[in-house]
Write a protein that binds this ligand. Sequence first.
Ligand code: NAP
Length: 323
Amino acid sequence: MENTKTTVLVTGGTGFLGVHTVLQLLQQGYEVRTTLRSLSKKDSIIKALEEGGISDFSKLAFFETDLTNDNNWDKAVKGCDYVFHVASPFPAQDPKDENELIIPARDGALRVLKAARDAGVKRVVLTSSFAAVGYSINKENYVFTENDWTDLNTELPAYIKSKTVAEKASWEFIEKEGSGLELSVINPVGIFGPAIGGITSASLDIAVSGILNGNLEYTPTFTMGVVDVRDVADIHLKAMLSPEASGERFIATAEGVMSFYDVAELFKKERPQYTSHIKKLEPIGKEFYKEVSNKKAKTVLHWNPRSREEALLASADSVMAHL
Ligand code: NAP
């Protein structure tokens, strides 16, 4: 296979997006490495990859690293052509102290970038978030693009702040100390799609399991963009390979936005077998529609995401299958 000589490191292989990214790289013949906080979690990654159809693990290596210390990062990146920096804390609830998220997000990204620069890696693809794009402008029908930034001078939830601080620090590092290392950034909206091996993340736990287990009774007033985890993994590979992607950020979203109410209605219509016990969600106030553009990713990277309905139904099916 043509990619056999190319080595890619994915940070955070235990995560929902991390494991899908490892899967796609292996499927395409790359030499793959992944980092995890404890090697004892290796088996969960293998189980998920087996569920994704992988049976030969000779091209996959594991490294124990933590975003909060320097150990092993140099070993993990040595000899890599590309690095996908996916790992970052994403809890379902914000901690009391925002630094629990900001420090690993920012310092972890800088550790990975420094190690990549020193090892002569060609390009890092950083998983940022729509959190770093769209949390400061509150205009109805505003269309968010990659030119927008969440304003750090406003009150922000810890996770939103951690992603914005980490992405800003990464661009600054590349500009001042990058020594030719290339950076591309992906800014996904809410990531859904299948949870292979039962590996979910806060987005699925809140919006999919929360609705399916009937715990959620009210729908928040905001709408969210939706994107399938398989398409987010794919856009990382496209950003790795595209000459035009260096120095650019790309919003990753399927078409349109949805409220939790829309998600619950979709599940009730398309998956009545899971939803007979769910009450109608009561909207709290008027829903506030923000649009998010995926035009840049589609035109520059030729990226074609699945629909938001397909992503959400795949999540619902996999959550139910892993119960
Ligand atoms: P996830 O399943 O919670 O994955 C987070 C990953 O980060 C896990 O592998 C976790 O490792 C790792 N991590 C957290 N703290 C760490 C630390 N101190 N040291 C080393 N690793 C650490 O969530 P996900 O959805 O896949 O998130 C992956 C990336 O996508 C994150 O950068 C997130 O901000 C971004 N993102 C997610 C969404 C979404 O809706 N899911 C949307 C936009 C952007 P453990 O397994 O050891 O905890």
